[in-house]
Design a binder for this molecule. Structure first.
Ligand code: 6PG
Length: 468
């Protein structure tokens, strides 16, 4: 702090905001928070033990006490609240001040806001932040989008507060314009995909292998010692050990199976369709959350179509681990492929190796696998698709027998494994030199004269399919 002015300002002192500002203060920067809620302001002041973080409900005090160029982050719900905060601040800002949207904003909104603010002389960064409340407090992973000069205004603070892996900060300017929020959207799509796959594994272990919650915890703990080592597997093992406060047994058995969502998973699927990239493993995870909400219909259908009681031929825990690992790889591959396309489509100029690098720590999808993904995209000879990487393709080939076994047993037993099936189907289509979609071209030409191309000669053709 120079002459009593603060290095950093943060608007929105919810759990994420409060934790982030405390983290900034822990790293030697002075910071002031702003929120209209006096309770939240008091909570921050009480928890600030460094003496470097404070807060106010007075907007003018907040703005005037910031060092210029002002560095103001906001962590407010996406959509209209972000526009409102910007509108509210604009009359008090000076040329060169920096606004940072640290929420889960839709990337097209970020694009619009950037264009508008650029014309007003205000710098703007769209910053995807991952890691939940604990990450914000102890070290999140952060994906910034915008100009390099704009990033440099705040880079040292972001790098200080971020998680580190092998002393490397889990934050980077990932690309131009709205790239930060785009990359965070893809992160969340992968997050949805991995969570769905883990849920399917739970179903398979419960109904296929007859595991208790205790065995389930051991199973996931075991997975976390191997190639599946990741944050989501780690917390899953932990979840199965949690006792219920209200009734005997474990809490997991009392939680409703209607999964909620805030929308970022839906955005990635919508955008994947828009830019023409197939991500069925991620799409299916969004659909399954939606299907889970149709509880009454599912209950009715369960009576109409009871599942067979016949004992399915079993698979081992090792098969299950292989099927999950295979599906993790394919889900990451789909997300990375979408990033590659978006990089050229939106002129983001993304470095996929750098993105994998900053996802290795601090974020929800952090996983050992990301080190291999980083290496794969670091290789100049293959930046096309993760599945072409030599290490990954060796892994995939070794996993296939188990994947096929687990999925066919699941289908026979009536266990829904939409994420795993979507991963395997994507893989099988991806490795098919010839797909049966020549027939679709013929049908399109038959009923609509939409034309087709031939394999044996160039050009566009149309056939009169019916005799008259
Ligand atoms: C993160 C998470 C986080 C997200 C929650 C809830 O990276 O810390 O992605 O940003 O908001 O996971 O998302 P849903 O409500 O859509 O499941």
């Amino acid at each position: 702090m120079s002459q009593g002015k603060y290095d950093f300002g943060l608007i929105g002192l919810g759990v994420m905001g409060k934790n982030f500002i405390l983290n900034v203060a822990d790293h030697g920067f002075s910071a002031i928070g702003y929120d209209l809620d006096q309770g939240k302001v008091d909570a921050l002041k009480n928890e600030s033990t460094t003496g470097r973080a404070t807060a106010t409900t007075d907007k003018l005090e907040f703005i005037r006490s910031l060092e210029t160029p002002r560095k103001i982050m906001f962590l407010v719900p996406s959509g209209a609240p972000v526009d409102n905060v910007i509108e509210d601040l604009m009359p008090f800002l000076d040329n060169g001040d920096l606004l940072i949207d640290g929420g889960n904003s839709y990337f097209m909104d970020t694009e619009r806001r950037m264009t508008k603010l650029r014309n007003s002389g205000i710098n703007f960064l769209g910053l995807g932040i991952s890691g939940g409340a604990k990450g914000a407090r102890k070290g999140p992973s952060m994906m910034a989008g915008g100009d390099q000069e704009t990033y440099d205004i705040i880079g040292s603070i972001l790098e200080a507060v971020s998680e580190k892996v092998n002393s490397e900060p889990c934050v980077a300017r990932v690309g131009n314009n709205s790239a930060g929020h785009y990359v965070k959207m893809v992160h969340n799509g992968i997050e949805y995909g991995l969570m769905q796959l883990i849920a399917e594994t739970y179903d398979l272990a419960q109904y296929g292998l007859g595991y208790s919650n205790e065995q389930m915890a051991e199973l996931f703990e075991g997975f976390n010692q191997g190639k599946l080592k990741s944050y989501l597997i780690e917390i899953t093992a932990d979840i199965f050990t949690k006792k219920d406060d209200l009734t005997p047994g474990e809490l997991i058995d009392h939680i409703s199976d209607r999964a909620k969502q805030k929308g970022t998973g839906k955005w990635i699927s919508q955008n994947a369709m828009d830019i023409g990239i197939p991500i069925p493993a991620i799409d299916s995870s969004v659909s399954m959350r939606v299907l889970s909400s149709f509880k009454e219909e599912r209950e009715k259908a369960a009576l109409v179509y009871p599942k067979s009681q016949s004992d399915p031929s079993r698979f081992s825990a090792a098969d299950l681990e292989a099927a999950l690992y295979f599906s993790f790889i394919v889900t990451f591959a789909q997300g990375m492929r979408q990033l590659l396309e978006a990089s050229s489509k939106y002129q983001y100029d993304l470095d996929l190796a750098e993105i994998a690098k900053i996802w290795r720590g601090g974020c929800i999808i952090r996983a050992e696998l990301l080190e291999h993904i980083r290496k794969a995209f670091d290789n100049v000879d293959n930046r096309e698709h993760l599945l072409f990487d030599a290490y990954i393709s060796d892994e995939i080939k070794g996993l296939l027998p188990s994947v096929n076994k687990v999925i066919s047993v699941a289908h026979n037993a009536g266990i829904a494994v939409s994420g795993m099936s979507a991963s395997l189907n994507y893989f099988n289509a991806f490795r098919s030199e010839r797909l049966p979609l020549n027939l679709i071209q013929a049908q399109r030409d038959y009923f609509g004269g939409h034309t087709y191309e031939r394999l044996d000669r160039p050009g566009v053709f149309h056939t009169e399919w019916e005799e008259d």
